[in-house]
Design a protein around this ligand. Structure first.
Ligand code: FMN
Length: 201
């Protein structure tokens, strides 16, 4: 197969699209972040990458906490707005008519309209270059009741926004079902997965 070698860049597909919440000088600011991930399973940690110029970074440093709000596709305009406007110049929560509330973590504001709200403390702020990697344990998760199935958050009901950086920078809905995770691979060879290996011990 022919391949084209391209310049190195921060390339990964697809990205989640979340709005990170922090209080800056006592006022909530929400910043759209695509570079967000689970960083550890036990204990559960999140990590986000924030550019050094972000107004919101001040809030992380101020309080050493942050929230991760997962919007649904109905909030695509608000999500984009929080990725364009800066909290240094305008009150994004007010502009977007967000109902802001706080959970257990002071300084980490939640957006009521988002079906999932995650509160984290910031244990590490690691300077990598243009961006700081901020990582810390998840302390609290709130999920809208209508987005739960059998006591678990249901991604289909949450209807999150997928972000595709290239070619044009687009927001997308989650795509089609391809197969059951941890099972369809067994059609290649019926091996035991990590969980089954632990049980067999
Ligand atoms: C789809 C999208 C994803 C973004 N992802 C990130 C990101 O992962 N990290 C980051 O620092 N900025 C990201 N940005 C840019 C910030 O959201 C944007 O600069 C914002 O206006 C900063 O707000 P603040 O100045 O209030 O912190 C993203 C913007 C958009 C539209």
């Amino acid at each position: 197969m022919n391949k084209t070698k391209i310049d190195v860049m921060p390339l990964l597909f697809p990205h989640p699209t979340v709005m990170v919440g922090v209080d800056v000088n006592g006022k909530p600011d929400f910043v759209t972040v695509a570079w967000a991930t689970i960083a550890c399973g036990t204990p559960p940690w999140m990590a986000i990458a924030l550019n050094r110029v972000r107004h919101s970074l001040k809030g992380v440093r101020e309080n050493m906490v942050f929230s991760v709000n997962i919007p649904n596709t109905a909030l695509v305009k608000e999500t984009d707005y929080c990725g364009i406007a800066t909290g240094a110049k305008t009150d994004k929560a007010k502009d977007c008519n967000f109902k802001v509330f706080y959970g257990e973590i002071a300084g980490a504001p939640f957006i009521e309209q988002c079906p999932v709200n995650i509160g984290c403390t910031a244990e590490h702020i690691l300077k990598l270059g243009s961006h700081y990697l901020i990582a810390g344990p998840i302390k609290e998760i709130l999920v809208s009741e209508d987005c739960m199935t059998y006591g678990k958050p249901d991604a289909g009901k949450i209807d999150p926004i997928v972000y595709m950086t290239y070619p044009a920078g687009t927001y997308n809905k989650v795509g089609e079902f391809l197969g059951p995770a941890f099972r369809i691979g067994k059609e290649i060879k019926d091996v035991k997965d990590d969980w089954e290996r632990q049980l067999a011990k």
